[in-house]
Design a protein around this ligand. Structure first.
Ligand code: SAH
Ligand code: SF4
Ligand code: F3S
Length: 438
């Protein structure tokens, strides 16, 4: 038997791409591929790409340029582009980048084994359909052995059409996976050592998958997952404020396994901008939602996403965003300069000067990092649960995540990955905490 071929996947973008990369590796595993950490050793390199901002897409073409010498050194090397740039640019990638053998969109990667066979015959392959069949029905059912945390995609696509966003075009219409499949995949993960599952979807809280007794909401799915023995922690991301149902808010107070951390993007604090963004909520409705969530779960740590410099954003609009951030007090948050995306409505509007975007981003990020620092420092002296993921850099040290998703370094010589222990936080550093076993 010949040696297995080696596959190297580089992943860009969101957590859904991380999940998709794992599934692509599993699909190609059936064609005899094993993964490698070194691009130089690979017989196939896949770039799993992101189209969300201009910089994200540009990276793909510069990376393809860097791969040219590898292909020159090994003519059998095959190069593929997957993910959201593949979906958005499709045939254009094959035209622009002769090194590329294969282009596959996020909804067709279950067809990778057949495409791989084609390109081994010297052809080039392109598949960016939105097929009628469900790719998950055509992927391997059981997942390989793994560490204590895992992603599980429960919902894909988006029907919201925020004026700045490419996701509805690259990922297609919103689809929820059937509940029994998800419970099955979750049980399988737990049997393989997983203790924490993060449910994923571009609009995860819009989940409405078929259950045995009618459609299940995300709240129902979380409650049923919480009954799986051995599954200790549940998280979900990313949510839209308008899909935060009463039941899901209540679940935050009632389900001990649902962790006290929520990523709830608002994008802007100005109602005028929110309207122009087609967000269909106001700053005030968001703040009231946060209040209700905190009433259900007082120690909930909030995270968010912000865009500065959306076309027509004035200094007063920006100040409204700063005021909203002060009112919420985030534990952590992401902020981005608006980036015009081809095909989206906002890209048609006159853009603000780069200096304005740079200046606003800097001021917002300064405020957000102050809040992050304060939230971390507030943990010092407190006892938290930590799920150990791997040994730390120092001997006898383990690194894991707290309930609130802080990275924690713990002096814990006899602990293994997958253990959950009570830890007293002793110090806060730039992007992590330190602690000791209680
Ligand atoms: N589905 C999620 C996340 C979408 S993408 C949601 O609805 O919140 C992640 C983040 O990227 C968005 O929340 C937004 O803040 C940012 N983003 C999306 N399009 C962008 C654009 N054109 N320019 C800058 N940031 C953008
Ligand atoms: Fe994009 Fe808006 Fe959909 Fe989020 S809700 S994926 S920002 S269109
Ligand atoms: Fe990027 Fe596609 Fe995710 S555009 S953020 S990889 S859904």
């Amino acid at each position: 038997m010949s040696a297995p071929r080696k596959l190297f996947i580089k992943t860009y973008g969101c957590q859904m791409n991380v999940y998709d990369s794992e599934r692509m590796a599993e699909a190609l595993g059936a064609s005899g591929y094993v993964t490698t950490e070194r691009a130089e050793d690979a017989d196939m390199i896949l770039l799993n790409t992101c189209h969300i901002r201009e910089k994200a897409s540009e990276k793909v073409f510069s990376e393809l340029g860097r791969l040219k010498p590898l292909k020159a050194a090994n003519p059998d090397l095959k190069i593929g582009v997957a993910g959201c740039v593949a979906q958005a640019e499709g045939a254009e990638i094959l035209r622009r980048a002769p090194v590329v053998d294969l282009v596959v969109g996020p909804q067709t990667y279950h067809r990778l084994p057949a495409m791989e066979a084609e390109i081994r015959k010297g052809k080039r392959a392109l598949d960016t359909d939105f097929p009628a069949e469900d790719k998950f029905d055509h992927l391997p059912r059981t997942r390989p052995k793994r560490g204590p945390t895992a992603f599980l995609t429960v919902q894909e696509g988006c029907d919201k059409f925020c004026a700045f966003c490419v996701v509805p075009y690259t990922r297609g219409a919103e689809v929820s996976r059937p509940a029994d499949r998800l419970l099955g995949e979750a049980r399988d993960l737990v049997e393989r050592g997983v203790r924490e599952i993060t449910l994923l979807g571009q609009n995860v809280n819009a989940y409405h998958g078929a259950g045995p007794d009618g459609d299940w909401s995300l709240a129902r799915l979380v409650r049923e997952l919480a009954r799986i023995d051995g599954l200790e922690r549940i998280r979900y991301t990313t949510s839209h404020p308008n899909d935060m149902s009463d039941d899901l808010i209540a679940a935050h107070g009632e389900e001990a396994k649902l962790m006290p951390y929520l990523h709830l993007p608002v994008q802007s604090g100005s109602d005028r901008i929110l309207k122009a963004m087609n967000r269909k909520h106001t700053a005030d409705s968001y703040l009231r939602l946060i209040e209700r969530l905190r009433r259900a779960r007082p120690d909930l740590l909030l995270s968010g996403d912000f865009i500065v410099g959306f076309p027509v954003e004035t200094e007063a609009d920006f100040q409204a965003t700063m005021a909203l951030v002060r009112a919420v007090n985030y534990g952590q948050a992401y902020s981005f300069k608006y980036s015009a995306r081809p095909g989206t409505p906002a890209a048609e509007r006159p853009q603000l000067p780069t200096e304005v975007l740079d200046d606003r981003l800097q001021r917002l990020q300064a405020l957000l990092s102050d809040q992050q620092r304060a939230a971390q420092e507030a943990m010092v002296g407190r006892e938290v649960g930590v799920l150990f993921e791997k040994p730390g850099r120092m001997p006898g040290q383990m690194v894991g995540k707290s309930d609130h998703l802080h990275a924690v370094h713990v002096t814990a010589p006899d602990q293994a990955a997958g253990d959950i222990r009570r830890v007293r936080i002793t110090a806060s550093a730039a992007n992590s905490l330190a602690g000791e076993l209680v």
